[in-house]
Design a protein around this ligand. Structure first.
Ligand SMILES: [Zn+2]
Ligand SMILES: [Zn+2]
Length: 169
């Protein structure tokens, strides 16, 4: 604090106290985030840079199987000494609260349409089986009406393929 030019580095292994993420994927309660932290004292505050690593868990947006993806995010934020400054974050009682910064950065890095693999074929619109597990899958006979309801379900829950592709980019 108030010693421009000084710098500290820390590695924090954080057990996530509460799950966070989007509707499809997130960092789960109890999982570990490693935060490699660098704090530099400037004239008007503490500049915090960090590399954040962890694992996100969720569902494939096309075939709905459980998936895990690595989380890797870099952040850099100034925590200002004075609340008069036009900075979003402040040093409070000699303390900086990293949690909102880390959460926001991780959530922003998560895909809205995560996929188990880029070429996931989703579910059969007629019977709902996962097409990657059933190569050559096709329906020869008219579908049993008892399965039709499942087909409707797959239609409404399987996102459009072009949407999914643009979400990944
Ligand atoms: Zn999938
Ligand atoms: Zn089918």
């Amino acid at each position: 604090m108030h010693r421009p030019g000084e710098m500290r580095e820390r590695t924090l292994d954080v057990i996530v106290p509460e799950s966070f993420g989007n509707a499809m994927i997130g960092v789960k309660q109890g999982s570990e985030l490693r935060i490699d932290l660098r704090m530099e004292s400037l004239h008007d505050g503490i500049l915090v840079s960090a590399d954040i690593e962890g694992t996100a868990a969720g569902e494939c947006g096309r075939c709905l199987i459980d998936i895990e993806q690595p989380v890797q995010v870099e952040i850099q934020e100034l925590f200002a000494y004075s609340s008069d400054e036009a900075f979003e974050y402040e040093v409070h009682e000699d303390t900086i609260d990293l949690e909102p910064v880390v959460r926001d950065a991780v959530v922003l890095s998560l895909p809205f349409q995560p996929v188990c693999q880029e070429d996931c074929l989703g579910l059969c619109p007629q019977c709902g089986v996962r097409l990657l597990d059933n190569p050559g899958h096709e329906h020869e006979a008219p579908i049993d009406p008892r399965w039709a309801a499942l087909g409707d379900l797959a239609d409404t829950t399987t996102p459009d393929v072009t949407d999914a592709a643009s979400g990944v980019e």
